[in-house]
Structure formats: C-alpha cells, structure tokens
Design a protein around this ligand. Structure first.
Ligand code: SAM
Length: 280
C-alpha cells in the first residue's frame, strides 16, 4: 500500500500494460513507491529543478520524483511498451512530465531542459556507466547537471567512491573525485527489484563542484589515468611508458616515485603528473 499518489500500484500498471521484464533491456523494476520516493529525496531539493530521468520503465522512480515535487521531469525510455504507462503519469501531473522514446545514448536532452538540472536514474549498469563517464567528462565545467543520483550494481558503486590503496580504486573514482563529491546514499538488496537481479545494488549521489579540486588538463589527466590503470599491477614507469618518452623525469617532476603503482597514487598526484606530462 502506498500513499505517494493516487495512481494505480505498479504491479497493476505492469499487468495492464503487459510490461513483462526484458533481460535485454536490463529491466529490474522497483515496485515499492516508498522506496522510489526515498531515492528521489536523495536527489535533493527538486521543486526548483528540472530532473532528467533515464530509463523510467513503468514509472516507479518517475512517480517518486514528481511526488517529491520536481518542477519538471524529462524521462527518456527505450522500451516503447512503457510509453502508454508513462502517459498516464503525465496526465496525472499536468505539464510536469515529458517522455521521449529512444536510446539515452543517442539523445541530447539539453534542449528540453531548463537549469538548474538534476539527473536521476535506475539504469542497466553498462548504460549507466557509459552515461556516467560522459556526464563526468563534458567539454566544459561546471556541467549541465548539479547532481547525479544513480543506481549501480554494488561493485560499480564501490568503484565510483573508492579511495587510494583499495582494489576498487581506479579511473571511475578519479574521474568522480576530480570535479565532484560522490557518496553511496542507499544500499539495496536484490529483493528490492522485480525480478530480482543476481547482485546487490547501491544508489550513488554525485554533486558537481564549481571547479576541479586540482589543476590539470582534462584530456591529459584522462590519458594518464587510463594508461596507469590499464596495467595497474605494473610500476608507473612501465605502465606509462607510452605516455611520454621521458616519463621517469616527469614522474619525479610531479613528486611521484617511478616505482609506485597506480592504486597508491591519490588524485593530487595524478593531477600533478598530468601537469608535468602537459608541460613542454
Ligand atoms: N526506472 C525504472 C525502475 O526503477 O523501476 C526501470 C529501471 S530498469 C533497471 C531500466 C530501464 O531502462 C528499463 O525501463 C529499460 O527499458 C530502460 N533502458 C535500458 N536501456 C536504455 C537506454 N539505452 N536508453 C533509455 N532507456 C533504457
């Protein structure tokens, strides 16, 4: 039983619109509207914001976002079968929900959104990771979004918030911490979803900083971090050989030991290395 709105329960919506979950689209639905409202609350104060939601499915999180007062929600859904169910939500919340049918990886939503913008999504993890990397690496900073509130499988969530010295530490943690604050906001067991996935999940909340924590050229930083973690067991002087012919000198100029390994180096060290690599 839910009290967040007077629309039918999600089980009925799924039955009415015959939305049997498709594995190919990563469909594991959240049917508990109190839980989706809780996730929506993690997205922050929504009343003055447009919210971009990717993969609304039958609309559980969409309803949570609208019930929590989102000024407007723009929802992009690939599965055509979900569109009539989402239209019923749009009718219940006049002028507050716009639905676009299509693949979020191909659609530029910006012309449909008015800042300030927050992003919320429960997505298949491969699409989620690809979009996260895009959202963390825009041409200009600050990005179009203020916050990202995203569901991931637990292991991916742990990689986003990881700190140096841990196995999960790598490219995602460095990308996220360079220009944003990231935290795990909610842990969810498989049983929170219908059908239950094999793995546990977590909601990650990411807040964009106004500017990077440390100076560095974005492309150079990405190149250095990618090379360092592609061969994470190797010493930096070997892993980064292809980055610059005199990489040992540049590592030393950045205050790093050529014999260090990538997972020991904090963000500040990678930014110093990116500056040393970019220096002529
Ligand atoms: N948000 C709903 C919920 O929480 O119950 C559905 C979550 S389900 C894990 C993922 C949703 O993303 C599905 O509705 C699926 O059809 C949609 N989806 C998958 N790939 C997509 C893509 N590339 N672009 C847009 N939507 C996508």
């Amino acid at each position: 039983m839910t009290t967040i709105d007077t629309l039918p329960p999600l089980r009925d919506v799924i039955a009415t619109h015959e939305l049997s979950a498709r594995k190919s689209l990563g469909q594991n639905f959240l049917l508990d509207l109190n839980l989706t409202a809780k996730i929506a609350r993690q997205a922050g104060e929504l009343t003055q914001c447009d919210v971009l939601e990717i993969g609304p499915g039958p609309g559980g999180l969409t309803r949570g976002l609208l019930a929590e007062g989102a000024r407007r929600v723009l929802a992009i859904e690939k599965d055509r079968r979900c569109i009539p169910a989402l239209a019923e939500i749009a009718a219940h919340y006049p002028d507050r929900l716009q639905v676009i049918e299509g693949d979020a990886l191909d659609i530029d939503p910006l012309s449909h959104l008015t800042p300030p913008i927050r992003v919320a999504a429960n997505l298949p993890y491969n699409v989620g990771t690809e979009l996260l990397v895009r959202w963390l690496t825009p041409k200009e900073w600050p990005p179009f979004w203020q916050t990202l509130t995203l569901m991931f499988q637990k292991e991916v969530a742990e990689r986003i918030v990881a700190t140096p010295g841990s196995k999960a530490y790598g490219r995602l943690a460095l990308l996220a911490s360079w220009r944003a604050d990231a935290k795990i906001a909610i842990h969810l067991p498989p049983s929170a979803f219908t059908p239950p996935p094999k793995v546990s999940s977590a909601v990650v909340h990411i807040t964009a900083l106004d500017k990077p924590r440390f100076d560095a050229d974005a492309k150079t930083l990405e190149r250095v971090v990618a090379a360092a973690f592609n061969q994470r067991r190797k010493m930096l002087r070997a892993a980064l050989k292809g980055v610059a012919p005199d990489i040992e000198d540049r590592l030393i100029a950045a205050g790093l030991k050529p014999t260090d390994r990538a997972e020991q180096i904090p963000l500040e060290g990678f930014c110093a290395l990116a500056r040393a690599v970019a220096a002529t």
